[in-house]
Design a protein around this ligand. Structure first.
Ligand code: G3P
Ligand code: CA
Length: 317
């Protein structure tokens, strides 16, 4: 399929995770309020097969599970994606049990202000996130897209909790089944994407942390690629080549604090202080990227709007 340029998308990475504990309804709600076009839940499964939003299936970094004595015996060690991981795992809890937990800030050192929300928000299900997007869409009168990612899909399939079927089924039940819907499904694992390519026409994004090789082959099943932003810095022609292959390009992840910015965009020496994140957006907009995953959606909206004022308008996608 030919590449069609659209307004660059602002994707609220784990919601507005620069301002609220990630993957909570409050984080997604704020991302929408700040103007994000899409909100991004990473998805894992519970023991009873319910999709919930967490970046990892190990949840001690982003919930208060360690403070629950009733779950102390669930602490264990597993091999996930080839690495030994110790802690508490979503697949060992039913949804009812997980309801007892509360979210915590992943980066308390850099985002100390977010810790005031620790213990206040629950871990949402994918259905609750779709409900939120739909309610906000009606309230605001603009499309609110949802951009789910299958996390550790091979691992979950290996323990009998494959993510793809419940993901596609949940989307279908909510009325999402084709490429025109404001849904994008992402994964790092090609096998997960190929499985979903057989199941749905919803657009797929292949994520990369290493350079993608055969863009034409990727274009046979994916709408676009999601490269680590550093890959684009190392290979500025990648965006053009992807467009030539008919693929959109969504870069990850832009964060406003110095710690996450290239040296030239930092302001001062404090890792948690805001740097010149606008300059980083402008760099990637000039390159022609079609969207950003960002922890600070308001900063991306401002940068996209400022650049668009100086350019010929493209269609909105
Ligand atoms: O999904 C895009 C980006 O979020 C990939 O990185 O690790 O934050 O899920 P991660
Ligand atoms: Ca993600």
């Amino acid at each position: 399929m030919d590449y069609v340029p659209t307004k660059p998308l602002v994707i609220g990475h784990r919601g507005a995770s620069g301002y609220r504990p990630e993957h909570t309804l409050e984080s997604y709600r704020l991302a929408i309020r700040l103007g994000a076009d899409y909100i991004e839940p990473d998805l894992v499964a519970t023991r009873d097969g319910v999709l919930i939003a967490r970046h990892e299936n190990e949840i001690s970094q982003t919930t208060d599970v360690a403070a629950h004595p009733e779950f102390a015996g669930r602490r264990t060690t597993k091999i996930i994606g080839g690495a030994e991981v110790s802690g508490w795992f979503t697949e060992d809890f039913t949804l009812d049990e997980l309801r007892a937990l509360r979210a915590t800030e992943r980066l308390p050192g850099v985002r100390r202000q977010n810790t005031i929300f620790d213990g206040r928000f629950t871990v949402p299900t994918f259905q609750e996130i779709l409900d939120l997007a739909s309610a906000e869409e009606r309230r605001l009168g603009r499309p609110i897209g949802v951009y789910p990612e299958t996390k550790h899909p091979s691992y979950f399939a290996s323990i009998g909790l494959a993510l793809e079927e419940p993901l596609v089924r949940t989307l279908y039940r909510n009325g999402f089944a084709d490429r025109n819907d404001h849904i994008l499904i992402q994964s790092f694992e090609p096998s997960s994407l190929l499985k979903m390519h057989e199941m749905t026409e919803i657009r797929l994004i292949h994520l990369f942390e290493e350079p993608p090789t055969d863009l034409e082959a990727i274009a046979t099943y994916a709408y676009g690629i999601g490269p680590d932003k550093n890959l684009l810095v190392a290979d500025p022609r990648m965006v053009h080549r992807a467009h030539e292959a008919g693929l959109a390009v969504h870069a990850w992840t832009i964060r406003a604090e110095n710690q996450f910015l290239p040296a030239g965009y930092r302001i001062g020496a404090e890792p948690g202080q805001r740097g010149d994140v606008t300059a980083e957006y402008e760099f990637f907009l000039d390159m022609g990227v079609d969207g950003f995953f960002t922890d600070h959606p308001d900063t991306a909206v401002a940068a996209v709007n400022a650049v668009r004022r100086h350019r010929v308008p493209a269609s909105v996608g």
